[in-house]
Write a protein that binds this ligand. Sequence first.
Ligand code: CAA
Length: 285
Amino acid sequence: MVQEFDRVGVVGLGTMGAGIVEVFARAGFNVTGVEVDDDALRRGRSLLENSLSKAVSRGKLTEDEQRAILNRVSFAISREQLGDADFVVEAVPERAELKREVFTDLDRVCGRGTILATNTSSLSVTEIAAFTSRPDRVIGLHFFNPAPVMKLVEVVSTVVTDPEAVTLGTEVAKRVGKTPVVVSDRAGFVANALLVPYLNHAVSLYEHRLASRTEIDNAVTEAAGLPMGPLALFDMIGLDVGLAVLDVLAAEFQQPRYVAAPLLRRMVAAGLHGRKTGRGFYDYA
Ligand code: CAA
């Protein structure tokens, strides 16, 4: 069935959405990327174009391949353009009311057979599915940052998901070169339930001045051999995203290890969200 898939929609072209467009277009799908207005669309298009140009300059992609990939991508500022999509991935900011608006629209615009997927990392896929009249055809498809690089995709199944939709989600993930893992709809799914408390712990160590930010990061990269230290990684995934994950973990499981470090909450309140805002634990200006 997945072979018949061709037209993919991606709603929201921020860091994750633009990366997801790239993943699908590189794998040969025709992708329509949707944003709310021309400015947001321009930003999303630049993220995609810059990522592909970087790949060309590193000799990982030819200019012909870059052109072919870009030719498979179209852009729109109306969700109405997704009427013929076979598969839609939503990657808008993590606000329930925004997800409701997007899924209500997608449910109205897309054919009954279309699978609607959310890239949410902190909201309940079950609740998002309930915004539609087809909760059995709604799944989570959780990519990791940077989406074009990271292999894991969590395929999130809810208590009402049609098993066929889960199979389709895993097949689509494989077809775009990813490694799917099917998980239940619980706060943090699997990867973030493990990863984000560790990042939060690093913030606590920094807040309590156990070591400097670079010493904390170097301790992990040098000793544990991970590609990035926790504070640099937190800046990359977004402090706001990490805080949202911690808050749902704390609310769902009521355990002290999920309580956000006070410094993290203050930094998010101050707009220091990491790379995307130019400042987090490090400066990116
Ligand atoms: N987009 C596309 N490609 C990218 C990229 C991006 N944003 N960033 C890096 N790459 C590519 C590079 O082009 C390069 O490709 P080649 O090997 O083909 O040349 C490759 O990735 C390695 O990049 P670099 O050599 O520039 O740098 P690096 O070796 O330091 O790797 C990294 C960068 C891939 C980000 C690496 O540091 C890493 O794996 N970090 C950990 C990332 C991680 O843990 N992500 C999960 C976060 S959790 C999450 O996302 C879930 C959530 O819901 C919060």
